[in-house]
Structures are given as structure tokens and as C-alpha cells.
Design a binder for this molecule. Structure first.
Ligand code: NAD
Length: 556
């Protein structure tokens, strides 16, 4: 009689389930127990050895997109190795897993698609979204990052190809702040696409129909949010890359009812305000003496301005004073109180300009006396310009030189992503300001030398904020996400920037230490959650230790 064969389902599971697969790091005892003997080369391979191989393979890829695909496949094959690799060198791997490379990955998603990640909830499934959500194999989902793909980074409508964004964002929750990967669920809502190229492309994997709009759109979102509450009651929803037409109304619709936030609005706001804390330390000019000029007046811009106003009020300014410190330029020119068709959320920042004198001969638009950013700079004389417009090169030489003439240390934040949409490069800002600009960019720019001095441009990337806030929400099972939590995150982040960081112009702690930074931010936010009675777990004696004990460790 033949001896009994090990259950092949077990060995297959240990090799094909990315969460269980340790590659060559299975011990002899595990190999015996799981029926793996002979199914792997017999040498033992530690995490370090496997990391060396992964680095070799990563470096051998011919392009950033190929590197993205390599990492994506590694995540599907060996999850812990994937996270250990990212943590081994954030500066190297983050721009591949997330912006800027993720932008290209989304644009080409239909063509490079190999196996699905996350969930696709389409308008075809209307009426049964809760049932569809139950198909997800994990019961206790605690984080959903969801997009409808309509405004992916600065790249416009990418339809279901926007899936790269929720996938990438959630990977950074884990890599940067320690949220366990099994509680994360990336979702794309397939509500159609208006991207003509995708509609004509046989390889576009989503529904080929125009986007639904109006009441139909909001009814679908209502069903989605209710379905999440029903199926995953402890889950936080992060809205991501919705157009500003929907982003602000959606946040207003759900923020008081369920645990949710919008990273483009609140996360961006917090990282920008943290940058302003750092910049005001460097320029030795307190926040209440700053005047901000936003290029772009969408969700990111208004989110930053709102949080900045909240901070100024907390510092003792009147609301009127605080609001007057924020000015905007949109696609129709400088925003002012008489501009037609001002959206509700922008109204408080649409100032009376009757007392202003404009530069002679400055071009106007049908809706505004000033069209060009440089003329607005000359008129308003801001201390900071913040680019969230997706208009590449908007911070041109004339703009930056004007800022440098008006300010000893001009604050220049080209925050638009990806790199191709950045309002200027870090090098341009440094060069045109004769080395005086304080720079934070949305996409990463390399360190540079100017006038014999080293400059390390900070990356005003939400990744400093949302994974940490997420970790705090995860650890405390928070019931709601408040602006105060984002302000606390901004303060904690800014407080971790050292004098040494500042001395090379870096207004955020270095990305290389993002895990330690994020855990500290998470602890600060968790304390506030307990203080405000928003936690669903009992308050521990030592909150710091409590948060730290829940940080995911990708070890073997
Ligand atoms: P949005 O679509 O809500 O807003 C874009 C704004 O730019 C609109 O107000 C529009 O009127 C304005 N605009 C467009 N063309 C213009 C022009 N020619 N002149 C002046 N203004 C113009 O988008 P959003 O969510 O606010 O994001 C904007 C950009 O900011 C994107 O590139 C996004 O990737 C980036 N962003 C970066 C971060 C970060 O961490 N750095 C975070 C969030 C958003």
C-alpha cells in the first residue's frame, strides 16, 4: 500500500498565497509540515538573501514601468518580501510604487494588466453592492481606498485604470506606517468613462459607457457607503482622486455620518500646512504673517486654505484676517468677489479687490482683471505660492523672480503630480531665486548644488500624513475622522523636522525615516482620538506602546 500523500491543497496554498509564502525561508519543520519538501530548492534563504535577489531583479528591469510591474508581481507572490523591500529603501521604491510611476501605470493599466487586485464595483451591480462586497475573502476590512477614476493625479479620467491609485496608496499605509495589509481593500467604482481613447481601446477593461452623473451618481455612492457600513462596520473609507465637482460634496455628505476622509483634500492640507510650519521656521516669519497664493482652486487648494485658516484661528487670528491671507488663481484668472460662477466652497476666499492697483498693461480675462500668475504675485505680494493646478511650468522664471524680489525667503510649493504636471522643478525654484527659495514639491526631485551649497528639496507628499492618520484610526477603531486629527498630524510631522534637516532646506523629516516619523504621528493622532472620545477600543495606559505593538512587521 502507498503511504498517504500530503494534502496538496496545503502546499499549494503556502506557495501561492502571497501572505503565507516565505520563499526559501520555510524551515525544515515547516517544509515537512506543509508538504513543501522537494517543491523548493533545499537551501535555506533568509529574508536578507531574498532581499538581495529582489534588488538584483528590480535593478535589472529596463524602465520604471517595468520596475512597477516587477514590484506588483512581487506583492502578488510574496507580500512580506514586498514590504520588506520597500522599507529597506523608501527613497528608491516609493516613486515606483506610487507617484510618479503609478501615473504611467494607470494610463497603461489596460495594456499591462495581468491579474486583478482589489475590487471593481460597477454600475451594473447597482442594487447588490453589499452582496458583491461579501465576495472579498477577508471579513474584517478596516480600510478602503476608493476612487471613481475620474481625476487620477493630474492625468484626468482614467476610468477603472485608476485602480493603481488605491492599490498604491494602501501599499504605503502598510509600508510607511505599519497598517497590516490584510485589513486593506482597494476599490474602483466603475461608473463609465469619458476618456475617448479608452472607449475606443479594445483592451480597456472597464465598462465602455459614458459616466453616470447627477442624482444617479450620488445614489450609487450612497449605496456604496451604506454597503460598506453593512459588510465592514469598522471600516474607514478614504476617498481618492475624485474630481473637485464630486470630492468636496462627497466629503460633506458623509463625514459626519461615517468614518471617512478625502486624502486629496485633508491629507494634502495637512502635509502642506506641515510644510508651512517648517518654512516659517526657516524664514523666521510666523504663520500669521504669511500670505498664501494658490495656483489652482480645486479640492487640494481649498483643503489647504481651510486647514491653514483653522490653524491661524487657533493661533488667535480672527476668521476674517485668516481668510484674507489666502488668495487664488484658477483657470479664469485671479479669483475675486465679483467673479461669476464661484463655487460655494471658494466663496469665502473670493475677496473684494476694489482697493488694489494692478500692474500696467497686465492681461485680463472675461472673468478677472488679472490673467497671469506673475501679475497676481506683483499685486498680492504673497510670501508663498502653492501650485495645485496641474499646469506644468506655471511657476515660470518671471513668477519665481518676482517672489524672490518680494521675499527674503520665498516659499515655493509646486505640489501638482505627477512630475510632468509640476508647476516648476526644484532646481528652477532654487536657481531663479538665487538659492533663497524654500521648496516642497509634490513629486520627488533630486538633491542639488547651487552656489556651492547643498539643497535637499522636500517632497510635500501626502504619504507623510495619511498612512499615519490611518494607523491611528486602525489602532483605535476611530468612529470619525476630523480636521483636528489632520492638524495634529501636521504639527507632529513638523515637530520632527530637525535643525539639521532645515539647514539643507528640507522642511520635512527625510523620507528614509518615514516609518519612525509616521509611527510618532500616529501616536499623536491616536492620543487625540482617545481624548475626543472617538475610539472604539478602551484607552490603554500607554498609548504609544499600544500603537507600536500593532505596527506590521514584514519579517520571516
Ligand atoms: P482639481 O481638479 O480639484 O483642481 C485643479 C484646479 O486647477 C482647478 O481649480 C482648476 O481651475 C485649476 N486650473 C486648471 N487649469 C488652470 C490654469 N490654466 N490656471 C490656473 N488654474 C488652473 O484637482 P486637485 O485635487 O485640487 O489636484 C490638483 C493637483 O494637485 C493634481 O496634480 C494633484 O496630483 C495634485 N495634488 C498633489 C498632492 C501632493 O501630495 N503633492 C495632493 C493632492 C493633489
Amino acid at each position: 500500500m502507498q503511504p498517504a500523500r500530503p494534502d496538496p491543497a496545503t502546499s499549494v496554498r503556502y506557495l501561492s498565497d502571497a501572505r503565507l509564502n516565505l520563499g526559501g525561508a520555510f524551515t525544515d519543520a515547516q517544509r515537512e509540515e506543509f508538504g513543501l519538501v522537494g517543491l523548493l530548492p533545499d537551501g535555506y534563504e533568509s529574508l536578507e538573501i531574498q532581499l538581495d535577489r529582489a534588488r538584483l531583479q528590480f535593478d535589472g528591469q529596463g524602465s520604471d514601468l517595468a520596475k512597477y510591474q516587477y514590484l506588483s508581481a512581487l506583492q502578488d507572490r510574496q507580500e512580506r518580501l514586498f514590504y520588506a523591500l520597500i522599507r529597506s529603501d523608501f527613497e528608491r521604491y516609493m516613486p515606483i510604487v506610487y507617484t510618479p510611476t503609478v501615473g504611467e501605470a494607470c494610463q497603461k493599466f489596460g495594456h499591462i494588466f495581468r491579474r486583478p487586485k482589489g475590487m471593481y464595483l460597477s454600475v451594473k451591480r447597482r442594487g447588490s453592492l453589499a452582496k458583491v462586497l461579501r465576495n472579498w475573502p477577508v471579513e474584517d476590512v478596516r480600510f478602503i481606498v476608493v476612487t471613481d477614476g475620474e481625476r487620477i493625479l493630474g492625468l484626468g479620467d482614467q476610468g477603472v485604470c485608476g485602480m493603481g491609485i488605491p492599490v498604491g496608496k494602501l501599499a504605503l499605509y502598510t509600508a510607511c506606517a505599519g497598517v497590516p495589509p490584510e485589513v486593506a481593500l482597494p476599490i474602483v467604482l466603475d461608473l463609465g468613462t469619458n476618456n475617448e481613447a479608452f472607449l475606443a481601446d479594445p483592451l480597456y477593461p472597464g465598462l465602455k459607457m459614458p459616466r453616470i452623473t447627477g442624482d444617479e451618481y450620488y445614489a450609487f455612492l450612497d449605496e456604496f457607503v451604506a454597503a460598506v457600513q453593512e459588510v465592514f462596520p469598522a471600516c474607514c473609507i478614504q476617498f481618492e482622486d475624485f474630481t473637485n465637482k464630486h470630492a468636496i460634496p462627497l466629503l460633506q455628505r458623509y463625514r459626519e455620518k461615517v468614518c471617512c476622509f478625502n486624502d486629496d483634500i485633508q491629507g494634502t492640507a495637512a502635509v502642506a500646512v506641515a510644510g508651512l510650519f517648517g518654512a516659517s521656521r526657516l524664514s523666521q516669519r510666523p504663520l500669521r504673517e504669511q500670505t498664501l497664493l494658490f495656483m489652482g482652486a480645486g479640492s487640494a487648494a481649498v483643503g489647504i486654505a481651510d486647514l491653514f485658516v483653522t490653524q491661524l484661528i487657533a493661533e488667535g487670528c480672527s476668521e476674517r484676517e485668516a481668510v484674507r491671507a489666502c488668495w487664488f488663481v484658477n483657470s479664469r484668472g485671479m479669483v475675486h468677489s465679483k467673479m461669476p460662477r464661484i463655487p460655494d466652497y471658494l466663496e469665502r476666499f473670493a475677496h473684494d479687490i476694489s482697493h488694489l492697483t494692478f500692474p500696467q498693461g497686465a492681461p485680463s480675462t472675461p472673468d478677472s482683471p488679472l490673467k497671469d500668475l506673475a501679475d497676481v504675485v506683483e499685486t498680492i505680494r504673497p510670501s508663498a505660492i502653492i501650485g495645485v493646478s496641474t499646469v506644468a511650468h506655471a511657476f515660470n522664471e518671471r513668477v519665481v523672480r518676482a517672489m524672490a524680489r518680494i521675499n527674503a525667503r520665498p516659499i515655493i510649493f509646486p505640489l501638482s503630480n505627477p512630475t510632468s504636471k509640476s508647476e516648476c522643478t526644484a532646481e528652477e525654484a532654487i536657481k531663479w531665486s538665487d538659492g533663497r527659495a524654500i521648496v516642497a514639491s509634490g513629486s520627488p526631485f533630486p538633491p542639488l548644488h547651487f552656489g556651492g551649497k547643498l539643497f535637499v528639496p522636500g517632497q510635500g507628499n501626502n504619504v507623510y500624513i495619511y498612512p499615519a492618520v490611518g494607523m491611528a484610526i486602525y489602532a483605535t477603531k476611530a468612529t470619525r475622522v476630523t480636521d483636528a486629527m489632520f492638524l495634529r498630524a501636521a504639527e507632529s510631522l513638523a515637530a520632527q523636522t530637525t535643525e539639521q534637516d532645515l539647514s539643507v532646506g528640507l522642511i520635512y523629516p527625510p523620507i528614509s525615516s518615514i516609518l519612525e516619523t509616521s509611527v510618532e504621528v500616529a501616536i499623536a493622532v491616536a492620543k487625540l482620538i482617545f481624548q475626543n472620545g472617538l475610539a472604539r477600543v478602551p484607552e490603554p495606559d500607554d498609548i504609544a506602546q499600544f500603537v507600536r505593538s500593532q505596527v506590521y512587521e514584514p519579517s520571516f
